[in-house]
Design a protein around this ligand. Structure first.
Ligand SMILES: Cc1ncc(COP(=O)(O)O)c(C=O)c1O
Ligand SMILES: Nc1c(O)cccc1C(=O)C[C@H](N)C(=O)O
Length: 398
């Protein structure tokens, strides 16, 4: 087992150690929630100020042409592409993950008109499954089947997260994609909990969706993204056929005609100010070696698992290769335990019914942070600090 001095030495030797200086870290807080909302990159405020004052204030409506606003979904999509193992012209940024899920599932159903089954994972982050339920309800005549049944032979589409938001269990993207496609169905991956955490490769999939406010650090409400495999660019339909997906938006034609290529999946006016924060976040990602990122994530996760030991039941796979970049434990009173921990400066989060989650963002989480967080957690459990009544009151957003 590593001691605190060894953790400090590991931080000093860490090839990613300088990235931490690119983030604003709050003194006295060990932030292990980068899997929900990533930390603030130091250069983001200046980039957002520039977008507000120089682009909007200085150029006014001319910004659509001269500041590149109109093309942001495509230019920024191209910068996200390498983080999910795909090429330029294949990713469109904007909207939210839920919207991208709607677009991908609706398009997939149209590409498999003879099939009436949508496979979705009931354990997935709820919005994924809710969007499928909404779409199936709107279209009528579709059956929703749980992924755990493992039957795809009559399915039109399978929607799954690479990394489970509760347990951190990681699916084998290549293996599942091949199995689903061999059965004649289309594969959609949600990479919200894997992009910026591991070496994602969805290039064989039909579609992929993800957000940028977690490990990518683009800020609350940041634009999401949608990958569409080029083999579908000509035939896939975008049901959210807003004017920015039209072949000639400024021809103001009466009837819809889809744009060529990935632009057909843009919807409408891009959220330019949110894109500015995303651009600043991607400036950091351009310099991150993803193999080193994954290696550090695995090492941090294994350290936490070792330090917590038998004090809590591990909810994540014990094999680090089968985990994403967060580690989860179970406790029947997980909510007050997490509140007591946060009160002592260690920020993780709680997911009902009994999951304590700790996100390990290798760009700014240090070995010594994990060491100290585990020590505080063990003390909260040992001294039963969590039994204090003040920790039982539920907050609106957990
Ligand atoms: C797997 C997954 N999908 C989707 C979302 C969120 O979707 P949206 O940004 O549309 O709220 C999250 C987290 O909030 C998530 O973890
Ligand atoms: N998107 C969020 C939000 O709008 C409010 C609070 C939290 C979130 C999150 O991103 C949660 C995150 N997807 C999770 O895995 O729990």
């Amino acid at each position: 087992m590593l001691d605190r001095d060894r953790c400090i030495a590991l931080d000093a030797e860490d090839p990613l150690r300088d990235f931490r200086h690119e983030f604003t870290m709050t003194e006295g807080v060990i932030y292990l929630v980068g899997n929900s909302l990533g930390a603030l990159p130091r250069r983001t405020p200046e980039r957002v100020r520039q977008a507000v004052e120089e682009e909007w204030g200085g150029r006014l409506v001319g910004g659509w042409n001269t500041a590149g606003w109109y093309d942001l979904p495509l230019t920024v999509g191209d910068r996200i592409a390498p983080l999910i193992g795909v090429g330029p012209g294949q990713v469109v940024a904007g909207n939210s993950t839920s919207i991208a899920i709607h677009q991908a599932v609706a398009a997939a159903l149209k590409l498999r008109p003879g099939r009436r089954v949508i496979v979705s994972d009931v354990r997935n982050f709820p919005t994924d499954h809710y969007m499928v339920q909404g779409l199936a309800g709107a279209l009528g005549g579709y059956e929703i089947r749980d992924f755990a049944e493992g039957r795809f032979d009559d399915a039109a589409v399978v929607l799954l997260s690479e990394v489970d938001y509760r347990t951190s269990e990681r699916h084998d993207v290549a293996e599942v994609t091949a199995r689903v496609q061999a059965a004649g169905a289309l594969m959609i991956w949600d990479v919200c909990h894997s992009v910026g955490a591991l070496q994602v490769d969805v290039s064989a999939a039909d579609f992929a969706v993800g957000c940028t406010y977690k490990y990518l650090n683009a800020g609350p409400g940041a634009p999401a993204f949608l990958y569409v495999n080029p083999r579908h660019h000509a035939d896939a339909r975008n049901d959210l056929s807003g004017w920015h997906s039209h072949a000639e938006p400024f021809a103001f034609e009466a009837d819809y005609r889809p744009a060529e290529g990935i632009r057909r999946f843009a919807v409408s006016t891009p959220h330019v100010l949110s894109f500015a924060a995303l651009q600043a976040a991607l400036d950091v990602w351009e310099r991150v070696p993803l193999d080193l990122l994954r290696a550090k994530s695995v090492a941090l996760g294994s350290l936490l698992v070792d330090l917590v030991g038998d004090a809590l039941e591990l909810a994540s796979p014990a094999d680090a290769e089968r985990r994403g970049s967060h580690v989860s434990f179970r406790h029947p009173d997980g909510y007050p335990v997490m509140r007591a921990l946060i009160d002592r400066g260690v920020h993780g989060d709680f997911r009902a019914p009994d999951i304590l989650r700790f996100g390990l963002a290798p760009l700014y989480t240090r070995y010594v942070d994990v060491y100290d967080a585990a020590g505080t957690l063990l003390e909260v459990l040992d001294k039963e600090h969590w039994r204090d009544e003040k920790y039982t009151q539920r907050l609106a957003v957990t």
